[in-house]
Ligand binder design. Structure first.
Ligand code: MEV
Length: 330
């Protein structure tokens, strides 16, 4: 019987420490209940065929050359990082085969919610299962980082880690992650500015600001790292007002390193006025999303406030579940 494997993995939202984590100190990050999904099965030939029809295209690679079936040749560029993840996974296992890979996602693309990492994590997990390799979570996480490198240049590793393990994590470059057990229930509303942006470009922009004003930016990065540590404490104690205040401070610091934009600032301020404990941009900035921390009674107010700013609100909870695979018999 033909066998396909479905793998899903969650997107993420960073509560503290985006950008600073590229240099030093921790990021505090949660998995959200929006997931990417990959369905993979092996082929008789050596082609790697992608169906990304939700994004409007499909096509296949022979070696590294892309042949579009639906859409244009340049769409191949958007698949290259998934291709690299697929190749690295097969190299790691030591088996090479052609593959059919279907890509689906509920996570808005290029919006700071880790959609690419969730796709790479699901890709590595699905191919591992198709090839019967029984990959560990650590192996899946490391293979997904190879895709992240293609998209982001110098990723800290935070996105692929949270997508692999789920829940809430304290992540620090070179040290890895610790699971966090937050106390109580946390309600968040994300506000999507619907402006796409490139994480790679924003990380480079911060680097160039750092090089021009090292003494100042060094201090800002250190202060962001401090908010991450204090935010972690507040999460463990379930102290929501304090956590919210720290998120507000973190937003100000991100604005100082030049990664906020007017629309993000408006959504952040409107959410606070609508009753959020705190709000900040989340992810690389320059567009993408904000995240507001709230209690259950203010969700509708915050949704409306974000909509009035022209953003798209969606309430999320912390998703305990990291990457998951299941076999589909055809
Ligand atoms: C992107 O989700 C977070 C950044 O800190 C980049 C990274 O950590 O690789 C901006």
């Amino acid at each position: 019987m033909e066998m396909a494997v479905e793998a899903t993995a969650p997107g993420k939202a960073i509560l503290f420490g985006e950008h600073s984590v590229v240099y030093r100190g921790p990021a505090i990050v949660i998995a959200i209940d929006k997931r990417a999904r990959i369905v993979a099965e092996s082929r008789e030939d050596s082609r790697i065929y992608f169906d990304a029809l939700d994004l409007g295209f499909s096509g296949y690679f022979e070696g590294t050359r892309y042949f579009p079936v639906r859409g244009k040749s340049w769409h191949g560029k958007r698949l290259r990082a998934i291709l690299v993840t697929a190749h690295r996974t097969m190299e790691h296992i030591g088996v090479h085969t052609g593959l059919d890979i279907k890509v689906r996602s509920e996570i808005p693309v290029a919006s700071g919610l880790g959609s690419s990492a969730a796709i790479f994590v699901s890709t590595a997990a699905a191919i591992g299962e198709v090839l019967g390799a029984n990959l560990s979570l650590e192996e899946i996480c490391n293979l997904a980082l190879e895709g992240e490198k293609v998209v982001h240049g110098t990723p800290s590793g935070v996105d692929n880690s949270i997508s692999t393990y789920g829940g809430a994590l304290r992540y620090e470059r070179d040290l890895g992650f610790d699971k966090i057990e937050p106390l109580g229930t946390f309600y968040f509303v994300l506000g999507n500015s619907k402006r796409r942006r490139s994480t790679k470009r924003l990380v480079l922009r911060v680097r160039s600001l750092y090089e021009r004003h090292p003494k100042i930016i060094e201090r800002v990065i250190e202060t962001i790292a401090k908010t991450s540590d204090m935010g972690l404490d507040a999460m463990k104690k379930g102290d929501l007002p304090y956590l919210g205040e720290l998120m507000n401070i973190n937003h100000g610091l991100l604005a100082a390193i030049g990664v906020s934009i007017t629309k993000l600032d408006s959504m952040v301020h409107a959410s606070r006025v609508a009753g959020a404990y705190g709000a900040k941009l989340t992810g690389a900035g320059g567009g993408g999303c904000i995240i507001a921390l709230t209690d259950s009674t203010h969700i509708d107010w915050i949704n409306n406030a974000i909509r009035k700013c022209g953003g798209e609100p969606f309430p999320v909870n912390i998703s305990k579940e990291g990457v998951k695979t299941r076999r589909i018999e055809r």
